[in-house]
Design a protein around this ligand. Structure first.
Ligand SMILES: CC(C)(COP(=O)(O)OP(=O)(O)OC[C@H]1O[C@@H](n2cnc3c(N)ncnc32)[C@H](O)[C@@H]1OP(=O)(O)O)[C@@H](O)C(=O)NCCC(=O)NCCS
Length: 145
């Protein structure tokens, strides 16, 4: 199992993984190749994939704006779950955020994705008593994240 930065060659596998979890992740206009290219231009080392035998089996995206970090699109293929891969992806992205000077990070979890809260709790993350407000810029489109 290798953790490495995403490249656009991984796109089809990555988008299929995200679409396989419509309730937790899904795919929005921010997941179009041109939008992901913007992310890569900013920091290509904060978008990680887990690869096993040439296949992408996990993803995580980290963001750092100079103050806080944020975690997006943490996902592990169903048949690879329960083996520590989610933990490994999070530990690596936390290490990379820390290396950049990040002191605190957020992960956005849909309220109806209760199952994942225990995963975060075991990794030392705590429920934060804040509500998240969001606004789309540009052409209006329904998106959850
Ligand atoms: C969340 C997710 C990435 C976890 O991946 P994983 O590889 O199965 O996680 P790990 O095997 O590394 O588990 C790490 C720890 O969390 C626990 N855990 C993982 N998923 C859990 C769950 N659904 N409920 C309770 N505990 C869970 C494991 O038992 C393990 O505990 P331990 O290290 O103390 O023994 C995976 O379930 C997933 O892709 N879910 C769908 C997408 C999603 O919800 N992403 C999060 C968006 S915010």
């Amino acid at each position: 199992m290798e953790l490495r930065p995403f490249t656009l060659d991984d796109y089809d596998q990555v988008i299929a993984l995200w679409r396989s979890e419509p309730g937790a992740i899904g795919a929005s206009r921010s997941d179009e190749p041109a939008e992901l290219a913007k992310l890569l231009a900013r920091d290509p080392e904060l978008f990680l994939v887990a690869e096993e035998a040439g296949r992408v089996v996990g993803t995580v995206i980290g963001g750092f704006d100079g103050r806080r970090g944020v975690i997006y699109h943490l996902a592990v293929q169903r048949e690879y779950r329960g083996r520590g891969l989610g933990r490994a992806l999070m530990e690596e992205i936390e290490r990379r955020l820390t290396e950049r000077g990040c002191l605190r990070a957020y992960a956005l979890v849909f309220e109806d994705n209760e199952g994942v809260m225990e995963f975060y709790r075991r990794l030392g993350w705590e429920r934060n008593p804040v509500a998240c407000v969001a606004k789309n810029f540009g052409p209006s489109q329904t998106t959850r994240r």
